[in-house]
Design a protein around this ligand. Structure first.
Ligand code: NAP
Length: 248
């Protein structure tokens, strides 16, 4: 049985855990060769080696916010696989701080990874996708807080708002090269990133979700599959909320 991504080469950043890992697993199940990027060397090795799709999984450890590392690794991936068809900019960092408590070091880190890292990856990979006969698909993981805002998340929401804006601009610029660019905006999703969340505030946020539960990483991966596969061939420049129908 052939999968929806058979023959495609996909890069997923921050793929060692959380939402990234769910995207990696679904893409590999659907037949893609998946480059599993993450920051800490070896962080994905154990589960990759145990995965039933391990033959299609290729860990590459580099910092997406370092342009020299990004260029060198993307070139190496192109040499090894011949083409790159899908890029998921998933890696992200989040520090929740009230306005009076914002630290400049955390602010810098969030912009460096969430915004500059996403741009570095788009720059390096779109050059390679542009040479494909059928272009490619770039998916940027933003967040519902980038659309709606949230108390205690001024800086994080600003970085995700930037991801939403850059998605729309990149889609317009890259459309003539047959490269589609879209964003998935997840709502609350059960990963380690949520471990620092305040339980009381969390319950209040869940009561605001029509489906009555927070997302599993696999819910977000499903949206990423739609945007990666050829069934979304005429969808570009869009922001797709995957948030269980959040009320406000
Ligand atoms: P996570 O569990 O913290 O995973 C993020 C991964 O990205 C980690 O493995 C992390 O590595 C990696 N990473 C961080 N900086 C990197 C860098 N410079 N280069 C390469 N990899 C790097 O996060 P998640 O909850 O799965 O979130 C994934 C994405 O969804 C993020 O963009 C996040 O903002 C977004 N999102 C999450 C939620 C949520 O509720 N969880 C909601 C909306 C949007 P380390 O282990 O070394 O830190």
């Amino acid at each position: 049985m052939s999968g929806l991504l058979e023959g495609k080469v996909a890069i997923v950043t921050g793929g060692a855990r959380g939402i990234g890992r769910a995207i990696v697993s679904l893409y590999a199940k659907e037949g893609a060769s998946v480059i599993v990027n993450d920051l800490v060397p070896g962080s994905a090795d154990e589960w990759v080696n145990e995965s039933e799709y391990k033959d299609g999984l290729f860990p590459y450890y580099f910092d997406i916010s370092d342009s020299a590392q990004v260029r060198a690794n993307v070139l190496e991936i192109k040499k090894r696989f011949g083409h790159i068809d899908v890029l998921v900019n998933n890696a992200g960092v989040e520090y929740n701080e009230l306005i009076g408590m914002i630290s400049s070091a955390n602010m810098e880190k969030m912009f460096k990874v969430n915004v500059f890292g996403t741009i570095e990856m788009i720059q390096a990979v779109s050059r390679i996708m542009a040479r494909n006969e059928n272009g490619g698909s770039i998916i940027n993981i933003s967040s519902m807080v980038g659309l709606r805002g949230n108390a205690g998340q001024l800086v994080y929401s600003a970085t995700k708002g930037a991801v939403i804006a850059l998605t729309k601009s990149a889609a317009k610029e890259l459309a003539p090269k047959k490269i589609r660019v879209n964003s998935i905006a997840p709502g609350l999703t059960k990963t380690e990133m949520m471990d620092q969340a305040d339980i009381e505030k969390l319950s209040a946020r869940i009561s605001n979700i029509s489906m009555g539960r927070i997302a599993a990483p696999e819910d977000i991966a499903g949206g990423c599959l739609l945007l990666a596969c050829d069934y979304s061939s005429y969808i570009s420049g869009q922001i797709l909320p995957v948030d269980g129908c959040t009320i406000i």
